[in-house]
Design a protein around this ligand. Structure first.
Ligand code: NAP
Length: 250
């Protein structure tokens, strides 16, 4: 009997997270589907996972809330078993603005979801995956952004800064866990056609930005999911602490 492969995808009710959950199921993973607001959409993703013959577990939790994260991992332990892959995908943007127009409440929420959420989920995953804790190893894939390298001036430098933190975490944690059976990598998407852009005030942003991209089109959620699933798979067995751009050459 082979050991079950059990993945948690945070923010999996839509966009890149939903595409990743579906593809992980196609590749033989049972999947915990985390979301905050849209239970109906998350249930749709779970149905697709089950249609692949894999187990699906819906877990509603705000990744920025430590108690909710602890509850989510306990639910996965009980409902699916010991985690083997974590995709830290949940992330937010906010309205296009200059730094001098942003509130401290916005800064706090941006860092809480994008950085604290990733730290909390990673910590709980390490406790279950690392050989130091009696685990059998695993993989963590973080969602960075091309904003981390471009800075997103006059758009959302707070978001860019939060994704810069993800790059540093990926490098450090990848090295910290290199001898404990856990690989840690990130993908750095460019402009991807998902619903996130409506949250920055322009639902058409992805397509309007085509001229900025060498491939002259936004990427799809599936194209990012394919990179994530490769980083989860054994085909990337010698890859850790690195950030893979999925950006159409941008
Ligand atoms: P999206 O379409 O807005 O989806 C975000 C997902 O995260 C939703 O399922 C949402 O669930 C969930 N979520 C939001 N806040 C959460 C929280 N506090 N706790 C748990 N789940 C939460 O986003 P996306 O475009 O797929 O982006 C996914 C990741 O890729 C993000 O980290 C983003 O920064 C990164 N990224 C995206 C792009 C792009 O162009 N799309 C580019 C670079 C990087 P509910 O709706 O149910 O609350």
């Amino acid at each position: 009997m082979t050991t079950p492969r059990i993945a948690l995808v945070t923010g999996a009710s839509r966009g890149i997270g939903a595409a990743t959950a579906r593809l992980l199921a196609e590749r033989g993973h049972d999947v915990a589907i985390n979301y905050t607001r849209n239970a109906a959409a998350a249930e749709g993703v779970a149905a697709d996972v089950r249609a692949c013959g894999r187990r699906a577990l819906l877990v509603q939790a705000d990744v920025a809330d430590e108690a909710a994260v602890l509850g989510m991992f306990a639910a996965i332990d009980a409902g699916l078993g010991r985690l083997t892959a974590l995709i830290n995908n949940a992330g937010i943007v906010d309205m296009k603005a200059r730094l001098d127009e942003m509130s401290s409440a916005r800064f706090k929420r941006m860092l809480d979801v994008n950085v604290l959420g990733t730290l909390l989920c990673s910590r709980e995953a390490v406790k279950r995956m690392s050989t130091r804790h009696g685990g059998a190893g695993g993989t963590i894939v973080n969602l960075s952004s091309i904003a981390a390298s471009l800075g997103a001036p006059s758009m959302y430098v707070d978001y860019a800064a939060s994704k810069g933190a993800i790059d540093s975490l990926t490098l450090g944690l990848g090295r910290e866990l290199a001898m404990e059976g856990v690989r840690v990598n990130a993908v750095r998407p460019g402009i991807i056609d998902t619903e996130i852009h409506a949250d920055s005030g322009d639902a058409q942003r992805a397509h309007k930005s085509a001229a900025l991209i060498p491939m002259e089109r936004p990427g799809t959620a599936l194209e990012v999911a394919q990179a994530i699933v490769w980083l989860v798979s054994d085909e990337s067995s010698y890859v850790t602490g690195t950030v893979l751009a999925v950006s159409g050459g941008r």
